[in-house]
Write a protein that binds this ligand. Structure first.
Ligand code: DO4
Ligand code: MG
Length: 275
C-alpha cells in the first residue's frame, strides 16, 4: 500500500484505487510498529476518492529526523576518493567502505525536506553540485523497517572534496533533501533486482541518466538501521537514506532549471526542479 501526504489529508493507494485515511496527523498514523495491520483496519471504513484528489503532494514526513548512510556502493567510494584526493581525504572513503561500522550522518530536519514537484536547491557558495538518487527507509520507533520512499540527497561535491570535515555543509542546507512521492508501506524487503534510476533534463534534453540496483549495495538495510539505533532513540521513527550508486561524471554540475527524476519501480517517481 502507498500512502500520500497531501495538504488536505492523507490518501492511501491500493490496487489502483484511492482512499481517504482518517488520521489526526502523519506521525500519529505512521509511528507505530504494526502499520500494515493498522492500515488494514482503517481501510475497512475508508472512503474511496478519485485519483484526481492526489494534488498538492507534501513530502511523506512529519516530525521525523532524516539520516543518511554513505559510501555503501563502490561507485560512491570511487568518486569520493577521487574528489578528495588532493585534500588527502581519499583514504577515509576507502576505509569506511570496508569497515564494520558504516558511515551514518545527519541529513535533514523536516523543514529542509521538499516533496515531489517542489524545488530542490544548490548552495550559493558551491560550484559543483549533484543529486544523489537513493532508496530511503522509513524505520519505526522500535527499529523495524516499515516502509520505503525515494530520496534525493543533494550534495556539494566541491565543498565535501575540499575537506571531508565539511560534510555537514555539503549535505545539510535548505531544500537539500527531497522525499516522495509517497511512502510504500511494507515490512517485506525489496528485491535485490530493484532498480534506482535517475534522469536529469536540461532545456528539454537528457543531460545525464544512470541506474543501479539494490544488489550493488555493499550493506544490508537492516545493518544500517542496527547501527543508527545504537544508543539513539527515535520516538516518531526516522528516515534513512541508504547511499548512492549513481554519480554523474566529474564534468557534470547541476544548473538552475534542471529537472531531476528518480524512479524506483515499486514506489514511483520523484521529480524536482533545481531553483
Ligand atoms: O561520504 C560522504 C557521503 C556519501 C553519500 O552521501 C553517499 O554515498 O550516498
Ligand atoms: Mg548520499
Amino acid at each position: 500500500m502507498k500512502l500520500y501526504r497531501l495538504r488536505h489529508g492523507i490518501v492511501a493507494e491500493q490496487s489502483g484505487s484511492f482512499y481517504d485515511i482518517p488520521a489526526a496527523s502523519w506521525d500519529e498514523l505512521v509511528a507505530r510498529e504494526n502499520l500494515t495491520g493498522h492500515l488494514s483496519h482503517l481501510m475497512l471504513g475508508a472512503r474511496e476518492v478519485n485519483k484526481s484528489s492526489l494534488t498538492e503532494l507534501l513530502p511523506p514526513i512529519g516530525s521525523q529526523e532524516v539520516w543518511a548512510a554513505g559510501v555503501t556502493y563502490f561507485r560512491s567510494r570511487d568518486a569520493r576518493m577521487e574528489e578528495s584526493k588532493s585534500a588527502g581525504g581519499g583514504d577515509f572513503y576507502d576505509r569506511v567502505y570496508s569497515a564494520a561500522r558504516p558511515e551514518l550522518f545527519f541529513k535533514a530536519t523536516p523543514h529542509r525536506v521538499v516533496g515531489d514537484g517542489a524545488k530542490v536547491a544548490i548552495r550559493d557558495d558551491a560550484s559543483w553540485s549533484v543529486p544523489e538518487p537513493e532508496l530511503v527507509l522509513f524505520v519505526t520507533p522500535g527499529g523495524k523497517i516499515g516502509g520505503y520512499t525515494i530520496g534525493n540527497d543533494m550534495s556539494s561535491r566541491d565543498i565535501e572534496g575540499e575537506n571531508p570535515l565539511y560534510l555537514p555543509q555539503a549535505k545539510v542546507y535548505d531544500r537539500s533533501s527531497a522525499l516522495g512521492p509517497c511512502l510504500l508501506v511494507s515490512s517485506e524487503p525489496l528485491a535485490d533486482s530493484t532498480e534506482i534510476a535517475i534522469e536529469i533534463r536540461r532545456a528539454g534534453k537528457t543531460a545525464f541518466s544512470g541506474a543501479t540496483t539494490l544488489e550493488k549495495m555493499k550493506r544490508k538495510p537492516e545493518e544500517l538501521v542496527e547501527y543508527l539505533y545504537r544508543s539513539s532513540s527515535f520516538p516518531s521513527g526516522c528516515f534513512l537514506f541508504t547511499g548512492t550508486g549513481v554519480v554523474p561524471p566529474d564534468s557534470f554540475t547541476l544548473h538552475h532549471g534542471d529537472e531531476i527524476s528518480i524512479t524506483i519501480p515499486p514506489i514511483g517517481t520523484l521529480t524536482n526542479v533545481v531553483g
